[in-house]
Write a new protein. Structure first.
Lengths: 233, 331
Protein backbone atom coordinates (compact mmCIF):
# COMPACT_ATOMS: atom_id res chain seq x y z
CA UNK A 1 0.00 0.00 0.00
CA UNK A 2 2.85 2.38 -0.79
CA UNK A 3 2.10 5.89 -2.08
CA UNK A 4 2.02 6.23 -5.84
CA UNK A 5 1.09 9.28 -7.84
CA UNK A 6 0.24 7.31 -10.95
CA UNK A 7 -3.27 8.29 -12.11
CA UNK A 8 -4.36 4.70 -12.71
CA UNK A 9 -3.92 3.82 -9.06
CA UNK A 10 -7.26 3.79 -7.25
CA UNK A 11 -7.82 6.40 -4.53
CA UNK A 12 -7.24 5.09 -1.01
CA UNK A 13 -10.08 4.91 1.49
CA UNK A 14 -10.21 4.77 5.29
CA UNK A 15 -11.52 1.65 6.99
CA UNK A 16 -13.51 2.06 10.21
CA UNK A 17 -14.71 -0.56 12.66
CA UNK A 18 -17.82 0.12 14.72
CA UNK A 19 -18.81 -2.23 17.52
CA UNK A 20 -22.23 -2.87 18.96
CA UNK A 21 -23.47 -5.36 21.52
CA UNK A 22 -26.94 -6.81 21.23
CA UNK A 23 -29.23 -8.93 23.33
CA UNK A 24 -32.04 -10.52 21.35
CA UNK A 25 -31.20 -8.12 18.49
CA UNK A 26 -31.57 -4.99 20.66
CA UNK A 27 -28.76 -2.93 22.22
CA UNK A 28 -27.91 -4.59 25.53
CA UNK A 29 -28.94 -2.78 28.70
CA UNK A 30 -26.13 -3.17 31.20
CA UNK A 31 -26.67 -3.93 34.89
CA UNK A 32 -30.29 -5.01 34.43
CA UNK A 33 -31.34 -8.49 35.47
CA UNK A 34 -33.91 -8.71 32.70
CA UNK A 35 -32.58 -11.35 30.30
CA UNK A 36 -33.16 -15.09 30.08
CA UNK A 37 -30.91 -17.64 28.43
CA UNK A 38 -32.17 -20.61 26.40
CA UNK A 39 -32.70 -22.56 29.64
CA UNK A 40 -34.86 -19.79 31.08
CA UNK A 41 -32.25 -18.66 33.61
CA UNK A 42 -32.29 -14.96 34.46
CA UNK A 43 -29.08 -13.04 33.93
CA UNK A 44 -27.61 -9.58 33.45
CA UNK A 45 -24.50 -8.17 31.78
CA UNK A 46 -22.05 -5.86 33.56
CA UNK A 47 -18.77 -6.23 31.68
CA UNK A 48 -17.81 -6.90 28.05
CA UNK A 49 -14.12 -6.61 27.16
CA UNK A 50 -12.49 -8.46 24.27
CA UNK A 51 -10.00 -8.40 21.43
CA UNK A 52 -10.63 -8.26 17.69
CA UNK A 53 -7.63 -8.88 15.45
CA UNK A 54 -6.38 -9.97 12.03
CA UNK A 55 -9.00 -8.13 9.96
CA UNK A 56 -8.73 -9.04 6.27
CA UNK A 57 -10.52 -7.55 3.27
CA UNK A 58 -10.70 -9.62 0.10
CA UNK A 59 -10.66 -7.73 -3.18
CA UNK A 60 -12.39 -9.08 -6.28
CA UNK A 61 -9.09 -9.08 -8.17
CA UNK A 62 -7.62 -11.52 -5.67
CA UNK A 63 -5.70 -9.11 -3.49
CA UNK A 64 -6.08 -9.52 0.27
CA UNK A 65 -5.62 -6.51 2.52
CA UNK A 66 -4.59 -7.65 5.97
CA UNK A 67 -4.47 -5.36 9.00
CA UNK A 68 -2.01 -6.29 11.75
CA UNK A 69 -3.85 -4.19 14.37
CA UNK A 70 -5.23 -5.80 17.52
CA UNK A 71 -8.17 -3.82 18.81
CA UNK A 72 -9.41 -3.90 22.40
CA UNK A 73 -13.13 -3.30 22.94
CA UNK A 74 -14.70 -2.31 26.27
CA UNK A 75 -18.44 -1.67 26.12
CA UNK A 76 -18.09 0.92 28.90
CA UNK A 77 -15.36 2.89 27.12
CA UNK A 78 -16.99 4.66 24.16
CA UNK A 79 -13.68 5.46 22.43
CA UNK A 80 -13.01 1.72 22.05
CA UNK A 81 -16.29 1.19 20.20
CA UNK A 82 -14.95 2.76 17.04
CA UNK A 83 -11.58 2.24 15.45
CA UNK A 84 -9.95 3.60 12.31
CA UNK A 85 -7.06 1.64 10.84
CA UNK A 86 -3.95 3.65 10.08
CA UNK A 87 -3.65 1.84 6.73
CA UNK A 88 -6.09 2.54 3.90
CA UNK A 89 -7.47 0.34 1.13
CA UNK A 90 -8.03 1.15 -2.56
CA UNK A 91 -11.46 1.82 -3.97
CA UNK A 92 -12.93 -1.03 -5.92
CA UNK A 93 -14.95 -4.20 -5.70
CA UNK A 94 -14.50 -6.53 -2.77
CA UNK A 95 -15.87 -9.98 -2.10
CA UNK A 96 -15.63 -10.47 1.63
CA UNK A 97 -14.22 -9.90 5.08
CA UNK A 98 -12.72 -11.97 7.83
CA UNK A 99 -11.45 -11.24 11.32
CA UNK A 100 -10.47 -13.00 14.48
CA UNK A 101 -12.27 -12.76 17.79
CA UNK A 102 -9.48 -12.93 20.37
CA UNK A 103 -5.84 -13.33 19.48
CA UNK A 104 -4.22 -15.84 17.20
CA UNK A 105 -1.88 -18.25 18.94
CA UNK A 106 1.10 -16.38 17.46
CA UNK A 107 -0.06 -13.09 18.98
CA UNK A 108 -1.15 -14.50 22.33
CA UNK A 109 2.21 -14.06 24.01
CA UNK A 110 2.65 -12.80 27.58
CA UNK A 111 4.05 -9.29 27.63
CA UNK A 112 2.58 -8.53 24.19
CA UNK A 113 0.75 -5.56 25.71
CA UNK A 114 2.88 -3.60 28.18
CA UNK A 115 0.26 -0.99 29.06
CA UNK A 116 -3.36 -0.89 30.23
CA UNK A 117 -6.10 -1.46 29.30
CA UNK A 118 -4.84 -4.33 27.11
CA UNK A 119 -2.30 -5.47 29.74
CA UNK A 120 -5.16 -5.95 32.22
CA UNK A 121 -6.47 -8.74 30.00
CA UNK A 122 -3.47 -10.90 30.96
CA UNK A 123 -4.14 -14.58 31.60
CA UNK A 124 -2.04 -15.99 34.46
CA UNK A 125 1.11 -17.83 33.53
CA UNK A 126 0.12 -20.84 35.61
CA UNK A 127 -3.00 -21.15 33.44
CA UNK A 128 -0.97 -20.91 30.25
CA UNK A 129 -0.13 -17.19 29.99
CA UNK A 130 -1.10 -14.78 27.26
CA UNK A 131 -4.37 -12.89 27.50
CA UNK A 132 -8.08 -13.24 28.13
CA UNK A 133 -9.79 -13.16 24.74
CA UNK A 134 -12.90 -11.91 26.49
CA UNK A 135 -14.19 -10.93 29.90
CA UNK A 136 -17.97 -11.15 29.89
CA UNK A 137 -19.37 -10.65 33.38
CA UNK A 138 -22.75 -10.26 34.98
CA UNK A 139 -25.23 -11.76 37.39
CA UNK A 140 -27.46 -14.81 37.25
CA UNK A 141 -30.28 -15.99 39.41
CA UNK A 142 -30.20 -19.34 41.16
CA UNK A 143 -33.35 -20.03 43.20
CA UNK A 144 -33.77 -16.73 45.03
CA UNK A 145 -30.10 -15.86 45.09
CA UNK A 146 -28.28 -13.55 42.68
CA UNK A 147 -24.76 -14.68 41.86
CA UNK A 148 -22.00 -13.20 39.72
CA UNK A 149 -20.64 -15.04 36.72
CA UNK A 150 -17.24 -14.40 35.14
CA UNK A 151 -17.44 -15.74 31.59
CA UNK A 152 -13.70 -15.37 31.00
CA UNK A 153 -12.58 -17.00 27.80
CA UNK A 154 -9.30 -17.97 26.23
CA UNK A 155 -7.72 -21.36 25.85
CA UNK A 156 -6.55 -24.30 27.87
CA UNK A 157 -3.81 -26.86 27.52
CA UNK A 158 -2.07 -24.87 24.82
CA UNK A 159 -5.04 -25.01 22.46
CA UNK A 160 -5.81 -21.60 21.08
CA UNK A 161 -9.54 -21.03 20.84
CA UNK A 162 -9.70 -17.78 18.98
CA UNK A 163 -12.59 -17.76 16.56
CA UNK A 164 -12.07 -16.97 12.90
CA UNK A 165 -15.08 -15.14 11.57
CA UNK A 166 -15.46 -15.42 7.80
CA UNK A 167 -17.91 -13.50 5.68
CA UNK A 168 -16.44 -14.29 2.30
CA UNK A 169 -19.51 -14.27 0.12
CA UNK A 170 -20.43 -10.67 0.73
CA UNK A 171 -19.68 -8.55 -2.34
CA UNK A 172 -19.47 -4.81 -1.80
CA UNK A 173 -17.94 -1.79 -3.45
CA UNK A 174 -15.62 0.63 -1.74
CA UNK A 175 -16.16 4.16 -2.97
CA UNK A 176 -14.51 7.40 -2.02
CA UNK A 177 -16.38 7.32 1.28
CA UNK A 178 -14.80 5.60 4.23
CA UNK A 179 -15.60 1.92 4.51
CA UNK A 180 -17.57 1.28 7.72
CA UNK A 181 -17.60 -2.25 9.04
CA UNK A 182 -20.19 -2.62 11.76
CA UNK A 183 -19.38 -5.61 13.93
CA UNK A 184 -22.24 -6.67 16.18
CA UNK A 185 -21.97 -9.18 19.02
CA UNK A 186 -25.23 -11.01 19.76
CA UNK A 187 -24.51 -11.80 23.40
CA UNK A 188 -27.32 -14.32 23.67
CA UNK A 189 -25.48 -16.53 21.17
CA UNK A 190 -22.61 -17.09 23.61
CA UNK A 191 -25.12 -19.05 25.69
CA UNK A 192 -26.67 -21.32 23.06
CA UNK A 193 -26.16 -23.26 19.80
CA UNK A 194 -24.89 -25.84 20.07
CA UNK A 195 -24.43 -25.72 23.85
CA UNK A 196 -27.15 -24.39 26.12
CA UNK A 197 -25.19 -22.65 28.83
CA UNK A 198 -26.28 -23.65 32.31
CA UNK A 199 -25.15 -21.00 34.77
CA UNK A 200 -25.74 -23.28 37.75
CA UNK A 201 -23.74 -26.11 36.18
CA UNK A 202 -20.70 -24.07 35.16
CA UNK A 203 -20.85 -21.73 38.18
CA UNK A 204 -19.21 -18.33 38.59
CA UNK A 205 -15.63 -19.20 37.58
CA UNK A 206 -14.56 -21.06 34.43
CA UNK A 207 -10.97 -20.09 33.67
CA UNK A 208 -9.71 -23.54 34.62
CA UNK A 209 -12.72 -25.38 33.19
CA UNK A 210 -11.87 -27.01 29.87
CA UNK A 211 -15.46 -28.14 29.25
CA UNK A 212 -16.69 -24.57 29.68
CA UNK A 213 -13.98 -23.14 27.43
CA UNK A 214 -14.82 -25.69 24.75
CA UNK A 215 -18.52 -24.82 24.96
CA UNK A 216 -17.74 -21.11 24.60
CA UNK A 217 -15.58 -21.81 21.58
CA UNK A 218 -18.33 -23.83 19.91
CA UNK A 219 -21.06 -21.29 20.72
CA UNK A 220 -18.99 -18.35 19.50
CA UNK A 221 -19.15 -19.19 15.82
CA UNK A 222 -22.35 -17.24 15.17
CA UNK A 223 -21.96 -14.54 17.81
CA UNK A 224 -20.62 -11.89 15.46
CA UNK A 225 -22.22 -10.41 12.38
CA UNK A 226 -20.83 -7.85 9.98
CA UNK A 227 -22.75 -5.09 8.27
CA UNK A 228 -21.10 -2.98 5.61
CA UNK A 229 -22.27 0.60 5.45
CA UNK A 230 -22.71 2.12 1.97
CA UNK A 231 -22.92 -1.43 0.66
CA UNK A 232 -23.07 -1.19 -3.15
CA UNK A 233 -22.69 -4.65 -4.64
CA UNK B 1 63.69 23.34 14.63
CA UNK B 2 60.06 22.51 14.51
CA UNK B 3 57.94 24.18 11.93
CA UNK B 4 54.27 24.71 12.15
CA UNK B 5 52.68 24.97 8.77
CA UNK B 6 49.94 27.48 8.08
CA UNK B 7 47.54 24.62 7.65
CA UNK B 8 48.35 23.19 11.06
CA UNK B 9 48.05 26.61 12.63
CA UNK B 10 44.62 26.99 11.09
CA UNK B 11 43.65 23.62 12.52
CA UNK B 12 44.82 24.66 15.96
CA UNK B 13 42.87 27.88 15.76
CA UNK B 14 39.77 25.94 14.76
CA UNK B 15 40.30 23.50 17.63
CA UNK B 16 40.76 26.31 20.14
CA UNK B 17 37.78 28.16 18.75
CA UNK B 18 35.67 25.02 18.90
CA UNK B 19 36.75 24.31 22.47
CA UNK B 20 36.03 27.79 23.68
CA UNK B 21 32.67 27.67 21.91
CA UNK B 22 31.78 24.40 23.70
CA UNK B 23 32.72 25.87 27.06
CA UNK B 24 30.60 28.94 26.48
CA UNK B 25 27.51 26.97 25.52
CA UNK B 26 24.94 26.88 28.32
CA UNK B 27 24.77 23.32 29.63
CA UNK B 28 21.40 21.70 30.19
CA UNK B 29 20.66 19.29 32.98
CA UNK B 30 22.06 15.77 32.74
CA UNK B 31 19.64 13.16 31.33
CA UNK B 32 18.71 10.47 33.89
CA UNK B 33 18.18 6.90 32.79
CA UNK B 34 15.64 4.95 34.82
CA UNK B 35 16.68 1.53 36.05
CA UNK B 36 13.68 -0.48 34.86
CA UNK B 37 13.51 -4.01 36.33
CA UNK B 38 13.28 -7.01 34.01
CA UNK B 39 9.69 -7.65 32.99
CA UNK B 40 8.53 -4.10 33.72
CA UNK B 41 7.34 -1.97 30.78
CA UNK B 42 8.90 1.37 29.95
CA UNK B 43 7.49 4.38 31.76
CA UNK B 44 5.38 6.77 29.76
CA UNK B 45 7.47 9.91 30.31
CA UNK B 46 5.83 13.29 29.74
CA UNK B 47 7.50 15.08 26.85
CA UNK B 48 7.60 18.36 28.77
CA UNK B 49 9.22 16.79 31.83
CA UNK B 50 12.20 14.69 30.80
CA UNK B 51 13.94 13.09 33.78
CA UNK B 52 17.29 14.63 34.63
CA UNK B 53 19.83 14.06 37.35
CA UNK B 54 19.35 17.59 38.65
CA UNK B 55 15.56 17.25 38.48
CA UNK B 56 15.55 14.02 40.46
CA UNK B 57 17.85 15.53 43.09
CA UNK B 58 15.66 18.60 43.37
CA UNK B 59 12.53 16.48 43.66
CA UNK B 60 14.14 14.39 46.36
CA UNK B 61 15.17 17.50 48.29
CA UNK B 62 11.64 18.89 48.05
CA UNK B 63 10.12 15.54 49.06
CA UNK B 64 11.90 15.78 52.39
CA UNK B 65 11.51 19.54 52.92
CA UNK B 66 8.58 20.92 54.96
CA UNK B 67 8.92 24.20 53.05
CA UNK B 68 6.42 22.60 50.69
CA UNK B 69 3.53 22.84 53.17
CA UNK B 70 1.91 26.21 53.64
CA UNK B 71 2.41 26.15 57.41
CA UNK B 72 5.89 24.71 57.07
CA UNK B 73 5.10 21.76 59.30
CA UNK B 74 4.88 18.82 56.89
CA UNK B 75 6.94 17.38 54.08
CA UNK B 76 5.84 14.62 51.69
CA UNK B 77 8.08 12.33 53.73
CA UNK B 78 6.17 13.08 56.91
CA UNK B 79 3.41 10.73 55.74
CA UNK B 80 5.31 8.80 53.07
CA UNK B 81 7.94 7.09 55.20
CA UNK B 82 10.61 5.05 53.47
CA UNK B 83 10.70 2.37 56.18
CA UNK B 84 7.01 1.75 55.38
CA UNK B 85 7.46 1.65 51.61
CA UNK B 86 6.62 5.36 51.61
CA UNK B 87 3.27 4.93 53.33
CA UNK B 88 2.18 5.37 56.96
CA UNK B 89 -0.66 4.82 59.33
CA UNK B 90 -3.53 5.41 58.75
CA UNK B 91 -3.78 4.13 55.24
CA UNK B 92 -1.53 6.54 53.37
CA UNK B 93 -1.15 5.13 49.85
CA UNK B 94 2.43 3.94 49.41
CA UNK B 95 4.62 5.71 46.89
CA UNK B 96 6.05 2.84 44.91
CA UNK B 97 6.18 2.45 41.13
CA UNK B 98 3.91 5.51 40.77
CA UNK B 99 5.61 6.35 37.48
CA UNK B 100 3.35 3.72 35.89
CA UNK B 101 0.17 4.76 37.67
CA UNK B 102 -2.69 6.67 36.06
CA UNK B 103 -5.30 6.81 38.83
CA UNK B 104 -4.32 8.41 42.12
CA UNK B 105 -5.78 8.69 45.61
CA UNK B 106 -8.12 6.11 47.12
CA UNK B 107 -11.16 7.65 45.43
CA UNK B 108 -9.46 8.24 42.08
CA UNK B 109 -9.79 12.02 42.35
CA UNK B 110 -6.65 12.58 40.27
CA UNK B 111 -6.06 10.92 36.91
CA UNK B 112 -3.23 11.29 34.43
CA UNK B 113 0.48 11.07 35.12
CA UNK B 114 2.37 11.26 38.39
CA UNK B 115 3.01 14.91 37.43
CA UNK B 116 -0.75 15.49 37.79
CA UNK B 117 -0.78 13.73 41.15
CA UNK B 118 2.10 15.87 42.40
CA UNK B 119 0.40 19.01 41.16
CA UNK B 120 -2.65 18.06 43.22
CA UNK B 121 -0.41 17.57 46.27
CA UNK B 122 1.35 20.90 45.81
CA UNK B 123 -1.73 22.97 45.00
CA UNK B 124 -4.56 21.31 46.89
CA UNK B 125 -3.02 19.30 49.70
CA UNK B 126 -0.03 21.44 50.72
CA UNK B 127 -1.17 24.79 49.30
CA UNK B 128 2.51 25.55 48.94
CA UNK B 129 3.57 29.13 49.71
CA UNK B 130 5.50 29.93 46.52
CA UNK B 131 7.08 33.05 48.00
CA UNK B 132 9.01 30.91 50.47
CA UNK B 133 10.61 28.97 47.64
CA UNK B 134 11.13 31.98 45.37
CA UNK B 135 12.84 33.92 48.18
CA UNK B 136 14.88 30.96 49.34
CA UNK B 137 18.67 31.25 49.17
CA UNK B 138 19.12 27.96 47.36
CA UNK B 139 15.95 26.80 45.55
CA UNK B 140 15.74 29.41 42.73
CA UNK B 141 19.14 28.39 41.37
CA UNK B 142 18.30 24.69 41.69
CA UNK B 143 15.07 25.18 39.75
CA UNK B 144 16.93 27.22 37.13
CA UNK B 145 19.34 24.33 36.55
CA UNK B 146 16.45 21.95 35.93
CA UNK B 147 13.78 24.07 34.27
CA UNK B 148 15.71 27.12 33.05
CA UNK B 149 13.67 29.53 35.12
CA UNK B 150 14.16 31.16 38.49
CA UNK B 151 10.43 31.84 38.85
CA UNK B 152 9.10 28.85 40.73
CA UNK B 153 5.45 27.93 40.21
CA UNK B 154 3.46 24.94 41.37
CA UNK B 155 4.13 23.32 38.01
CA UNK B 156 7.91 23.23 38.44
CA UNK B 157 7.57 21.94 42.02
CA UNK B 158 5.21 19.19 40.90
CA UNK B 159 7.43 18.29 37.96
CA UNK B 160 10.53 18.01 40.13
CA UNK B 161 8.67 15.83 42.63
CA UNK B 162 7.36 13.72 39.75
CA UNK B 163 10.88 13.19 38.44
CA UNK B 164 11.93 11.84 41.84
CA UNK B 165 8.76 9.72 42.10
CA UNK B 166 9.49 8.18 38.72
CA UNK B 167 12.81 6.88 40.07
CA UNK B 168 11.10 5.28 43.09
CA UNK B 169 10.96 1.84 41.51
CA UNK B 170 10.67 -1.44 43.36
CA UNK B 171 11.19 -4.69 41.48
CA UNK B 172 13.50 -6.79 43.57
CA UNK B 173 11.19 -8.87 45.72
CA UNK B 174 11.48 -12.60 46.22
CA UNK B 175 8.70 -12.93 43.64
CA UNK B 176 10.85 -11.05 41.13
CA UNK B 177 13.86 -13.19 41.98
CA UNK B 178 11.85 -16.36 41.42
CA UNK B 179 10.70 -14.97 38.06
CA UNK B 180 14.35 -14.37 37.17
CA UNK B 181 15.33 -17.85 38.28
CA UNK B 182 17.44 -16.59 41.19
CA UNK B 183 15.32 -18.01 44.01
CA UNK B 184 12.61 -20.57 44.70
CA UNK B 185 9.30 -20.41 46.51
CA UNK B 186 8.79 -22.49 49.61
CA UNK B 187 6.04 -25.06 49.42
CA UNK B 188 3.60 -22.75 51.24
CA UNK B 189 4.50 -19.76 49.02
CA UNK B 190 4.02 -21.87 45.90
CA UNK B 191 0.56 -22.98 47.05
CA UNK B 192 -0.31 -19.40 47.91
CA UNK B 193 0.83 -18.30 44.47
CA UNK B 194 -1.40 -20.97 42.87
CA UNK B 195 -4.41 -19.60 44.74
CA UNK B 196 -3.50 -15.98 43.99
CA UNK B 197 -3.25 -16.54 40.24
CA UNK B 198 -6.31 -18.76 39.81
CA UNK B 199 -9.96 -18.19 40.59
CA UNK B 200 -9.46 -20.13 43.84
CA UNK B 201 -8.57 -16.86 45.59
CA UNK B 202 -8.92 -14.72 42.46
CA UNK B 203 -6.63 -11.90 43.58
CA UNK B 204 -4.96 -11.42 40.19
CA UNK B 205 -7.80 -9.76 38.31
CA UNK B 206 -7.54 -6.58 40.40
CA UNK B 207 -3.99 -6.97 41.67
CA UNK B 208 -2.86 -7.39 38.08
CA UNK B 209 0.30 -7.14 35.99
CA UNK B 210 3.84 -6.82 37.33
CA UNK B 211 2.61 -3.95 39.49
CA UNK B 212 0.06 -6.10 41.33
CA UNK B 213 -2.59 -3.46 40.75
CA UNK B 214 -4.89 -2.73 37.84
CA UNK B 215 -4.86 0.94 38.90
CA UNK B 216 -8.66 0.85 38.69
CA UNK B 217 -11.36 1.38 41.27
CA UNK B 218 -13.69 -1.34 42.52
CA UNK B 219 -16.22 -2.02 45.24
CA UNK B 220 -14.64 -5.06 46.90
CA UNK B 221 -17.65 -5.88 49.12
CA UNK B 222 -16.17 -4.28 52.21
CA UNK B 223 -19.42 -2.87 53.59
CA UNK B 224 -23.15 -3.31 53.25
CA UNK B 225 -23.39 0.50 53.31
CA UNK B 226 -20.18 1.55 51.62
CA UNK B 227 -18.53 4.94 51.78
CA UNK B 228 -18.93 6.98 48.56
CA UNK B 229 -15.42 6.48 47.12
CA UNK B 230 -15.35 7.24 43.39
CA UNK B 231 -18.93 8.55 43.61
CA UNK B 232 -17.49 11.65 45.30
CA UNK B 233 -15.58 12.33 42.09
CA UNK B 234 -18.02 11.30 39.37
CA UNK B 235 -21.44 11.69 40.98
CA UNK B 236 -22.40 8.42 39.25
CA UNK B 237 -24.31 6.12 41.60
CA UNK B 238 -22.71 3.12 39.84
CA UNK B 239 -19.38 4.33 41.29
CA UNK B 240 -20.56 4.21 44.89
CA UNK B 241 -18.16 2.35 47.16
CA UNK B 242 -15.37 2.07 44.57
CA UNK B 243 -11.80 2.57 45.75
CA UNK B 244 -8.46 2.14 44.05
CA UNK B 245 -6.85 -1.31 44.05
CA UNK B 246 -3.58 -0.74 45.90
CA UNK B 247 -0.39 -2.40 44.74
CA UNK B 248 0.46 -5.50 46.71
CA UNK B 249 4.17 -4.90 46.28
CA UNK B 250 5.61 -4.33 49.76
CA UNK B 251 2.17 -4.89 51.25
CA UNK B 252 3.88 -6.43 54.28
CA UNK B 253 5.25 -2.99 55.19
CA UNK B 254 2.16 -0.87 54.60
CA UNK B 255 -0.21 -1.82 57.41
CA UNK B 256 -2.99 -0.91 58.07
CA UNK B 257 -5.05 -2.02 55.08
CA UNK B 258 -8.07 -0.87 53.02
CA UNK B 259 -8.87 2.76 52.29
CA UNK B 260 -9.78 3.38 55.91
CA UNK B 261 -7.07 1.27 57.48
CA UNK B 262 -9.54 -1.02 59.20
CA UNK B 263 -7.38 -4.14 59.04
CA UNK B 264 -4.12 -4.24 60.97
CA UNK B 265 -2.67 -7.44 59.53
CA UNK B 266 -2.57 -9.35 56.27
CA UNK B 267 -4.25 -12.21 58.10
CA UNK B 268 -7.22 -9.94 58.80
CA UNK B 269 -7.34 -8.97 55.12
CA UNK B 270 -7.36 -12.59 53.99
CA UNK B 271 -10.01 -13.39 56.62
CA UNK B 272 -12.16 -10.64 55.12
CA UNK B 273 -11.89 -11.95 51.56
CA UNK B 274 -12.42 -15.48 52.80
CA UNK B 275 -15.43 -14.98 55.04
CA UNK B 276 -16.40 -11.32 55.40
CA UNK B 277 -17.79 -10.10 52.06
CA UNK B 278 -20.83 -7.84 52.33
CA UNK B 279 -23.41 -7.27 49.63
CA UNK B 280 -24.11 -3.81 48.21
CA UNK B 281 -25.42 -2.80 44.82
CA UNK B 282 -22.12 -1.80 43.21
CA UNK B 283 -19.95 -4.75 44.25
CA UNK B 284 -17.67 -5.72 41.37
CA UNK B 285 -18.69 -8.91 39.52
CA UNK B 286 -15.12 -10.11 39.98
CA UNK B 287 -16.12 -10.76 43.60
CA UNK B 288 -17.66 -14.03 42.49
CA UNK B 289 -17.80 -15.47 46.00
CA UNK B 290 -19.99 -12.65 47.28
CA UNK B 291 -23.13 -14.79 47.42
CA UNK B 292 -21.52 -17.07 50.01
CA UNK B 293 -19.71 -14.30 51.87
CA UNK B 294 -16.26 -15.22 50.54
CA UNK B 295 -14.28 -18.15 49.18
CA UNK B 296 -13.99 -19.83 52.61
CA UNK B 297 -10.31 -20.72 52.60
CA UNK B 298 -9.05 -23.15 55.21
CA UNK B 299 -6.70 -21.91 57.90
CA UNK B 300 -3.83 -23.59 56.07
CA UNK B 301 -4.77 -21.96 52.77
CA UNK B 302 -4.93 -18.55 54.44
CA UNK B 303 -1.44 -19.07 55.83
CA UNK B 304 -0.20 -20.05 52.38
CA UNK B 305 -1.76 -17.02 50.75
CA UNK B 306 -0.17 -14.68 53.29
CA UNK B 307 3.16 -16.46 52.75
CA UNK B 308 2.89 -15.68 49.05
CA UNK B 309 1.92 -12.05 49.69
CA UNK B 310 5.11 -11.65 51.72
CA UNK B 311 7.18 -12.75 48.72
CA UNK B 312 6.15 -9.41 47.19
CA UNK B 313 8.31 -7.62 49.76
CA UNK B 314 11.37 -5.79 48.50
CA UNK B 315 13.29 -4.79 51.64
CA UNK B 316 15.98 -3.06 49.56
CA UNK B 317 13.39 -0.41 48.67
CA UNK B 318 13.14 0.54 52.35
CA UNK B 319 16.84 1.26 52.67
CA UNK B 320 17.81 2.36 49.16
CA UNK B 321 19.99 5.44 49.79
CA UNK B 322 18.82 6.99 46.50
CA UNK B 323 15.43 7.57 48.09
CA UNK B 324 16.54 8.63 51.57
CA UNK B 325 16.56 12.12 53.05
CA UNK B 326 19.28 14.19 51.32
CA UNK B 327 18.82 17.15 53.65
CA UNK B 328 20.62 17.69 56.90
CA UNK B 329 17.47 17.95 58.92
CA UNK B 330 15.52 14.77 59.51
CA UNK B 331 11.79 14.52 58.99
Amino acid sequence: MACNSSPDIAPMVDVNLNFSHLMNSQPVQLDKLIYQNSLGQDFSIKTIKYFISDVKLYKADGQVFEFPDIHYVNIRTPETLTYRFSEKIPEGKYTGISFVYGLTKEENISGRFPDPPESLMEWPEILGGGYHYMKLEGEYKMANEVLFFNFHARMLDGVSNEIHIYDLDHPFSVTSKALNLDIAMEIQHWFTNPNDWDFTYFGPNIMSNAEAQQAIHENGKDVFSITIKDDQP
Amino acid sequence: MKRISIGSLCSLIVIFYSCSETIQEPRGPTPFTLDIPAGFPEQNIQEDNPITQEGVELGRKLFYDSIISNDGLKACATCHIQANSFSSNPSVIPHINLGWSHNFLWNGAVTGHVEDAMRFEVEDFFNTDLSKLNNHTEYPSLFEKVFGTTTITTKEIAYALAQFERTMISGNSKFDKVQRGEDEFTNAEEKGMQMFFTEKADCFHCHATVFFTDNLLHNNALDASPEPGLFEVTGDTLDYGKFKSPTLRNIEYTSPYMHDGRFKTLEEVVDFYSDGLKHSTTVDPLMTYLYQGGNHLTAEEKTELVAFLKTLSDPSYLTNPQFSNPNNTSN
